[in-house]
Design a protein around this ligand. Structure first.
Ligand code: AMP
Length: 402
């Protein structure tokens, strides 16, 4: 029997999210999450979709990532899907930073591990955790191909004019400072799904993708290739996010250090964890912000207005970068669910051919759908993202037929 299953792992410093997919029909066999790895109060939540059984939750001590993966394998084994199964074709790992080097999903060997490690200075929070996940999986199944799918890969097609900051070239190159972009797996998946929704090949359309989750980024995709994206050296640049500031004058940092007497670590925490929507109004959940606005809360309204103002600026900028736009796609938690955000972001842009139909915008659903009226010059779409499916698809394409 040929192997058709792909396990997708998204490893954080104290968590592992996973999905097991059968690539014969892209169906999900199991999904789950292990949290608080390294603590006495770790939790495992496992939903065995193949058997249709109830979600199982387990709490207790999980010492490290190896113990976590063994616990996941034990849960999968209850349905005959354990890590030792011969039908497992490969493990696909989400790796946040692939730098300039990794432009494609890559089968992991020692040289690849070394390169991911070399990129730690530009991704100090994410790459070490991703590496731990890879090494653990290799240890448990040394015979199995392991594939790295990079969050940055889709953006490596950006021209130098978009990828470089206007700073001294030697300094930038020495420290590998450039705009890498993130959420690439989502931008790749959603831009292709938008082309499909329009009945066209990806090569034949220009699309603006707005990935609006707790982290948020926009991308301009010309004929299937990314030509600009809003995140940069790190995920801090660009749109207003749940807890990140997005764009700001870099001199704010000097000012906070000199006048505010804050340390670099404090400023880092301020801009990454205590800014954006949460810094502006105390909430980073768009549902809560909508509720407060409905009650007349002015801080929530201002936070929403700043969020929309920035989003609109990026839509205009990427429209200009692309020249002609066939579609704009909203995705991720806010983009897929928050109709008021979609409406406000495109309000007043009729001159650009951008119109949202209020009735269509109000409809909820899990499938890709258009929310622009029939015959609109630019299609406006809601396209649920599926990063795990994209990682599994790319992994399978690389190793499935070996
Ligand atoms: P993500 O990072 O893609 O999982 O998105 C998470 C964010 O999506 C949350 O922080 C909320 O702000 C937002 N969100 C999720 N569901 C809704 C909803 N029904 N309406 C508005 N925003 C939502």
């Amino acid at each position: 029997m040929s192997s058709s299953r792909i396990l997708v792992l998204n490893s954080g410093s104290s968590s592992v999210k996973y999905q097991l997919l059968d690539m014969r029909d892209s169906s999900r066999l199991a999904v789950g999450l292990v949290e608080r790895i390294g603590e006495e109060t770790a939790r495992l939540r496992h939903t065995p979709l193949a058997s249709g059984a109830e979600t199982r939750e387990w709490g207790g001590a999980i010492a490290d990532h190896e113990a976590a993966l063994k616990a996941v394998s034990a849960e999968l084994a209850k349905d005959g899907l354990g890590l030792d199964s011969p039908e497992l074709a490969a493990i696909g790992h989400r790796v946040v930073h692939g730098g300039k080097h990794f432009t494609e999903p890559t089968v992991i060997d020692d040289a690849v591990l070394a390169e991911i490690e070399r990129l730690i200075p530009v991704a100090p929070l994410h790459n070490p955790a991703n590496l731990t996940g890879i090494r653990t999986a290799q240890h448990l199944r040394p015979d199995l191909p392991q594939v790295a799918v990079f969050d940055t890969a889709f953006h490596t097609t950006m021209p130098e004019s978009a990828a470089r900051y206007a700073i001294d070239v030697e300094t930038a190159d020495r420290h590998r400072i450039r705009r890498y972009g993130f959420h690439g797996t989502s931008h790749a998946y959603v831009s292709r799904a938008t082309a499909k929704l329009l009945g066209k090949a990806p090569e034949d359309v220009n699309v603006i993708v707005l990935h609006l989750g707790n982290g948020a980024s926009a991308s301009a995709v010309r004929g299937g290739r990314c030509v600009d994206t809003s995140m940069g050296l790190t995920p801090l640049e660009g749109l207003v996010m749940g807890t990140r500031s997005g764009d700001l004058d870099p001199a704010v940092i000097f000012h906070l250090a000199r006048v505010g007497e804050m340390s670099i670590e404090e400023i880092d925490t301020l801009l990454n964890k205590k800014s954006g929507l949460i810094g502006l109004c105390g909430d980073n959940d768009m549902r809560e912000i909508h509720r407060r606005i409905d009650e007349g809360d002015e801080r929530a309204q201002l936070a929403f207005d700043i969020y929309i103002h920035r989003l609109k600026k990026y839509i205009g900028a990427y429209y200009a970068v692309l020249g002609t736009v066939d579609g704009i796609a909203f995705t991720a938690g806010v983009g897929e669910n928050a109709a008021p955000v979609r409406e406000a972001a495109l309000a007043g842009l009729e001159q650009l051919g951008l119109v949202v139909d209020a009735g269509l915008n109000a409809v909820r659903g899990d499938e890709p759908r258009l929310i622009s009226p029939d015959g609109a010059r630019v299609a406006v779409a809601v396209v649920p993202t599926d990063e795990e499916l994209e990682i599994a698809t790319q992994t399978y394409a690389l190793v499935g037929n070996r």
